[in-house]
Design a protein around this ligand. Structure first.
Ligand SMILES: [Zn+2]
Length: 236
């Protein structure tokens, strides 16, 4: 077994409060493309930041709808071993703060979850505020009752993170004695700024394919699924 994995497992066993910070690299193993990686979603679209913006939703709701339906929603996707292992650890002594909007951590049964950028399947009508289910949104983005435009409760470009979400995330990181970053290069703000709220004594690990430039992090530069498969062997 890799010494780095054994060391991380020992840190997990010794910790009292763990915070996981996860990104696209967790859900790529469930068949959801990483929309920020070179081979991911953004490479195929001229201006994805605009397509995923508040402005586009307001001015061109059909374009917005077409883009998210074709590129963001993977309703057949299922949680993988990483989602499941994180959910198990969180059940005992952890909180997960995820950048992912795919809902797979909820599907994995994680009840200690902060969806930092929202959830694609949390849909509502902008006109009346009514909650809409995904099956209805798949048919049409207009609310049949009032013609209002339906949208997912995710944070678009040009929108702010819910202050309560930030507050809860800061509280979790302030209390943590172990932080584990998984499947994100940690370049998205304000998500990447969360680490500044950790205590100086908090151990910070990262499992990611690509290097992370933030200092003070012990990096296991490897595939997240490989790492969690090995980690599960040690922890079980
Ligand atoms: Zn409505």
């Amino acid at each position: 077994m890799l010494p780095a994995i054994v060391n991380l497992a020992a840190n997990i066993q010794a910790a009292h409060k763990i915070v996981f910070l996860t990104g696209a690299g967790v859900s790529t193993h469930s068949g959801i493309p990483d929309y920020r990686s070179k081979s991911g979603l953004y490479a195929h679209h001229a201006n994805p930041e605009y397509l995923l913006s508040h402005e586009n939703l307001q001015d061109h709701p059909q374009d917005f709808y077409d883009f998210v339906q074709q590129q963001m929603y993977y309703p057949e996707a299922k949680p993988n071993l990483i989602h499941q292992e994180i959910a198990i650890i969180c059940q005992n002594k952890g909180i997960l703060i995820t950048q992912n909007v795919d809902g797979l951590d909820q599907q994995a049964g994680n009840q200690h979850l902060i969806e930092f950028h929202g959830n694609l399947y949390d849909l509502y009508c902008q006109k009346c505020g009514q909650t809409i289910d995904y099956e209805q949104y798949q048919q049409d983005y207009h609310h049949p009752e009032d013609g209002g435009i339906i949208r997912p409760r995710i944070v678009l470009y040009g929108e702010s993170i819910d202050p309560l979400v930030i507050q809860d995330s800061i509280a979790a990181l302030t209390a943590a004695d172990l932080v584990i970053i998984v499947g994100t290069s940690f370049r998205v703000y304000p998500f990447a700024q969360l680490l500044q709220y950790c205590s100086p004594t908090t151990a910070i690990f990262a499992i990611n394919n690509e290097p992370i430039t933030t200092s003070g992090i012990e990096l296991l530069q490897m595939d997240a699924l490989t790492a969690f498969t090995k980690l599960k062997e040690v922890l079980d």
